[in-house]
Design a protein around this ligand. Sequence first.
Ligand SMILES: [Zn+2]
Length: 443
Amino acid sequence: MEAGAAPFSNWNERIHAECYRPNARLGNFEHISFNLGPTLCEWMAAYDLQTCQQIVAQDQANLRRFGVGNALAQPYHHTILPLASERDKRTQVAWGITHFEHRFGRKPQGMWLPETAVNTQTLSILAGLGIQFTILAPWQAEAGDLDVTEPYRVDLPQGRSIAVFFYHGGLSGGISFNPGMTVNADLFASHALKLHFRPDKIQRGEPQILLLASDGELYGHHQPLRDHFLAHLVNGAASQAGLTPTFPALWLKHNPPRRSIRIREDTSWSCHHGVERWKDACACVPGDQAWKRYLRQAVDRLAGRLDALYADNLLAFMPDPWAARDAYIRVVLGMQRADELIAGMAGRRLSDDDTLRLKLLLEAQYQRHKMYASCGWYFEDFDRIEPRNCVAYAASAILLAQRATGIDLVSSFSDDLRQVVSARIGLRGDQVLNDLLRRAAAV
Ligand SMILES: [Zn+2]
């Protein structure tokens, strides 16, 4: 229950009613490039399967018509990947790909990165797992004369590469933060959009793409009626202005990158201090934010302890516990039973006790990945629902690992959380943890 979401009982329900459902009913998902976060998508499938199916059908319509779909995959838990370990990056990307295949019934070509946070290791993992392109902000390119009207190739170690589309900064900022720009779709197409195409390319008859990126929840939730603005833009206004709607996978089919570019390491679209916002104080957010540093340190140390327990226990039965973790999302999504996965990875059926222990440890890994969701560090104060949720996921991982092994990780985590303090009300992380554990024990 989330009070701010009234008259709905929580934010998912409210944003669904204001944005996802109306945009699906209007057919807007067929005409834009979009990603649907896996955890949101799974919530939606349970709450309103029809809308989820409409969104998938709108991707399928493009697949039938053009041979490529327009939906993008996303790493599973909205983790800021440059701040994650290499192994965690791989798991998040692998889980996101499996989820996409499960829901959309095809392999993803593109992946949207949480907060477009990127570094070379992140792109290498994407390319290594078969992802062909991503989308970044223009200031994430290491280039003085970036031309955003075409995609670029980023060369990566081991002979790999990936295509990157850079969105138009001015127009994307305008649709996100200047509601006056998106009142009239006809004017938007004929003036705002048309003015930003390059005259030299028009003169030479060269194709060019203008990509605008925004939070999808803008269309009807953050800004009322913009679902209808979007519908009119993609169903008439753009073509009347002489423009052809397209999407990155379709564009790449006919216009592969002609030039290569380097990215700026550890950068993102919503913090101009690299990725500082999600680990420490930065000028995007006012006030004392030492809590961010200590919260990240606490969860990193907890993750290290959980991983050691996990590896110790699973290595007795299988050569690669981390491959088992990457495959575990199939169990979460109901595609495979946990005992089958464990028997498959171990090469034999284990005793009931061993199977249960491994299953609990796998589930603890799943919970510990949730605690890295970026929103835990996004805002100004520790005393908010997002950082509290982060501690709750950590507590859930601890309890599962304890059930599996009898080893108590509460006290070390609680000690680390003592340094996490809300500057506003003085609330400490260990108090939040203890409160959660007390409530869990009472259930
Ligand atoms: Zn910042």
